[in-house]
Design a binder for this molecule. Structure first.
Ligand SMILES: Nc1nc2c(ncn2[C@@H]2O[C@H](COP(=O)(O)OP(=O)(O)OP(=O)(O)O)[C@@H](O)[C@H]2O)c(=O)[nH]1
Ligand SMILES: [Mg+2]
Length: 388
């Protein structure tokens, strides 16, 4: 709870809430921070403010980078079904991983700080591609231009690849990387729930759309908490299991969660596999995959599929009536999409003139099977849409 803030701090908070540009917001937040009393009761708020300030700094950095580069050299436009950003300390082996997953031309070198600008490549696998981006090296503490850029790219990516050197206490490296990203508003821990606060004058009051569960309070507590931050008109959406702390955090911006893959490089130089086992023990449940490189590198199909599944995406191949084979390129849809959703994505007229579809898949009692518009598609389905 924001514990009885002095009036000047409250006034500053109001100014912050009204600020438009990230620069202005950062400035107001700094001033607000200077005005709040620092004690046990404000610790959490301090934490959130620092995180929000870090996020704003990244946003400013990202905008600057985009302006400066006028092209894809610094800020990396997304392509393909998803973007995987490789992050790690210098020499951890990011370029080595990028080169083994894609055809990107990238310099692998024993010298530190070889890759100071992002480099991208496309990882091809069944039906689609994933864009892999090597970010500039992070340095301990995370300060400095290259590190800031790496964090900005990480915050924009769909999945992170933490690249660690097996010979340099990789388990602690992972902890440090996670800690560093966490301090910059990027969480690698799967949230049990989600709170979204949309402030709007159009809202008559605080409207709580509760599709989940508040673990340690009531909707009344949420209203009280928000009004102590001067929020009296907003839509608050709750999904899954959340705490009042999550609500308070959401006041300062939604936390970004990123699933992650761990790449442990130089495992060929290890004498025993005990560090790999330690990492599997510690992060096995949290990471999408733990990959000991080079020998334990799974196929691109396996890596790609794991990412797609994690992000709740599916690949669907379309077929036209007069062709024997389906398309090589899949349409990427979110899990739960129907045949009619697919039709709409192909072309609006397909949706309007939809009659039925034929679906080929081993999971069906017979294949092809004739299905209606509400049929829910799954990964790797082949679909022929029949129109009027
Ligand atoms: N033996 C072995 N050497 C590796 C492995 N991975 C990386 N290396 C070597 O480690 C050095 C650094 O690898 P890079 O891929 O350039 O590292 P990076 O993280 O891109 O480094 P910077 O871009 O300079 O920050 C190179 O000499 C690589 O050949 C591995 O799995 N086994
Ligand atoms: Mg490199």
């Amino acid at each position: 709870m924001p514990t009885n803030l002095p009036p000047e701090a409250q006034a500053k908070w109001e100014e912050y809430s009204k600020a438009k540009t990230p620069e202005e917001k950062l400035q107001k937040l700094r001033e607000f921070y200077a005005l709040i009393p620092k004690h046990k009761g404000t610790e959490k708020m301090e934490k959130f403010i620092k995180r929000r300030m870090a996020e704003l700094r990244e946003e400013i950095e990202r905008r600057k980078a985009r302006k400066k580069s006028k092209g894809p050299t610094l800020f990396v436009e997304k392509r393909g079904a998803a973007q995987l950003a490789l992050v790690g300390y210098t020499n951890s082996g990011r370029s080595t991983i990028l080169a083994s997953l894609t055809n990107a031309r990238v310099e692998v070198s024993p010298n530190p700080f070889t890759t100071l600008r992002p480099v991208e490549g496309m990882m091809e696998f069944k039906g689609t591609q994933i864009q892999v981006v090597e970010t500039p090296p992070l340095i301990q503490g995370g300060q400095g231009g290259p590190s800031n850029l790496a964090i900005a790219i990480a915050g924009n990516a769909d999945v992170l690849g933490l690249v660690v050197n097996a010979l340099e206490d990789p388990s602690s490296q992972i902890d440090e990387l996670i800690g560093l990203l966490e301090s910059r508003g990027i969480s690698l821990e799967r949230p049990s729930g989600r709170v979204r606060i949309r402030r709007s004058r159009a809202a008559p009051t605080i409207i709580i759309v509760n599709k989940g569960k508040i673990l340690d309070g009531t909707e009344r507590d949420i209203r009280k908490l928000l009004s102590s931050y001067g929020i009296d008109r907003a839509w608050v959406e709750i999904e899954g299991k959340v705490t009042l702390e999550d609500v308070e955090e959401a006041v300062f911006g939604e936390k970004k969660y990123k699933p992650f893959i761990v790449f442990i490089t130089r495992t060929d130089l290890l004498e025993t596999t005990s560090v790999i086992e330690e990492i599997e023990q510690k992060y096995g449940d949290k990471a999408v995959m733990i990959i000991p490189f080079p020998r334990g590198l799974p196929s691109k199909d396996e890596i790609g599929e794991a990412i797609i599944r994690e992000l709740g995406l599916i690949r669907v191949f379309t077929k036209s009536r007069n062709e024997k084979k389906p398309s090589d390129r899949a349409v990427i849809l979110s899990r739960g999409s129907t045949v009619l959703d697919l039709a709409g994505i192909i072309h609006q007229s397909f949706r309007e003139r939809f009659r039925y579809a034929k679906v080929w898949s081993d999971r069906l009692p017979y294949s092809p099977m004739k299905v209606g518009p509400d049929f829910i598609l799954e990964d790797l389905d082949i679909v022929e849409i029949v129109t009027r």
